[in-house]
Design a protein around this ligand. Structure first.
Ligand code: GLN
Length: 313
């Protein structure tokens, strides 16, 4: 078959998978409040190859907040601003095996376990430099825009407002860390930077470009712009692989085998180095806070297309 015929065949297979997963019964444990009870049917899926080829299925233009997916990009900026050693001194790279909001720390090293859970992401947010809170948020937004190749991407003020009013747990976590010397500086500023990043909205079409930018060594394959320094791409992808799916990370790696990060809004971004970025959005969550449909379709995509890093050729 010609390349065009092959591309059509791939597209048809994914269309079929997407259709099947849309109607398949799912075991939803929860929805993020506000996010999704209103639109549990939404199911967007996008892929971007590092060559720039793009595919989209379902509601791939529907916008949703990054939530924890933002932790990937906050960590990227923290690394760039502080370097590898200084960043690791403050936040580890060890999967915690605990839920995303757990109040446990790497006591031996006096730091949160990793930057993909709330405690570690708060420390990463504190490591993002800037003149003040607004400047730090602006730098993060700018970075997300570069990853996605869309200068219009921004924080949704309504989402931010809602999160600021329901964040006692994160506040508690941050104050506890500051009391024990793991977090420095103004807690409200740090929380606001962290939650602003969580409140940046994207579509799966954009998020897949963000994944493809990571897969492409930090250069956006659509715009050709470098979104982060090449030297830290492997650091970011490594923590996605080991810690990106919270306490579901081990099962995810076993079943799907690709570096990814989820958020409680129901989004997942995956980055397969030198190959593709994938994004999926469907709000129903499993017990770990990962999108049920998202995990299911990624498992099938991985099987069908041999995406698992240890798949037999
Ligand atoms: N903003 C949410 C929180 O901090 C994000 C958590 C998530 O996506 N798991 O609670």
């Amino acid at each position: 078959p010609s390349p065009a015929q092959r591309a059509t065949a791939v597209r048809d297979r994914i269309t079929e998978l997407h259709r099947r997963h849309r109607t398949a019964p799912v075991d939803v444990v929860s929805y993020y409040p506000s996010e999704a009870e209103a639109r549990p049917h939404v199911f967007g899926l996008s892929g971007v190859h590092v060559s720039g080829v793009r595919v989209s299925f379902g509601e791939s233009e529907e916008r949703f907040p990054l939530q924890s997916i933002s932790k990937v990009f906050t960590y990227a900026v923290a690394l760039e601003d502080n370097g590898r050693a200084a960043t690791q001194a403050r936040v580890g790279v060890e999967p915690s095996g605990d839920p995303y909001n757990s109040v446990t720390f790497d006591e031996a090293h006096h730091r949160p376990h990793n930057p993909m859970i709330n405690s570690g992401a708060l420390v990463a947010a504190a490591l993002v430099r800037g003149r003040d809170r607004d400047h730090r948020v602006a730098r993060l937004v700018e970075r997300v825009r570069a990853f996605a190749g869309n200068p219009e991407i921004d924080v949704d003020p309504a989402v931010l407002e809602e999160q600021l009013h329901a964040t006692d747990h994160n506040l508690g976590l941050a104050y506890l860390m500051r009391a024990s010397g793991m977090l420095h500086g103004d807690v409200e500023d740090t929380l606001s930077v962290y939650l602003s990043a969580c409140s940046i909205t994207v579509s799966t079409d954009e998020l897949a470009v963000m994944g493809a930018t990571l897969a492409n060594g930090g250069v956006n394959p659509i715009t050709g712009t470098r979104a982060m320094p090449a030297e830290y791409v492997r650091d970011v992808i490594s923590v996605m692989l080991t810690c990106g799916m919270y306490d579901g990370a081990g099962q995810w790696f076993h079943d799907v085998g690709i570096p990814a990060k989820s958020g409680v809004s129901g989004g997942i971004v995956a980055a397969i180095p030198e190959r593709i970025g994938i994004a999926v959005y469907s709000p129903g969550l499993d017990a770990h806070g990962n999108s049920v449909r998202g995990v299911n379709i990624c498992r099938d995509l991985s099987d069908r297309f041999g995406l698992h890093v240890f798949a037999s050729p």
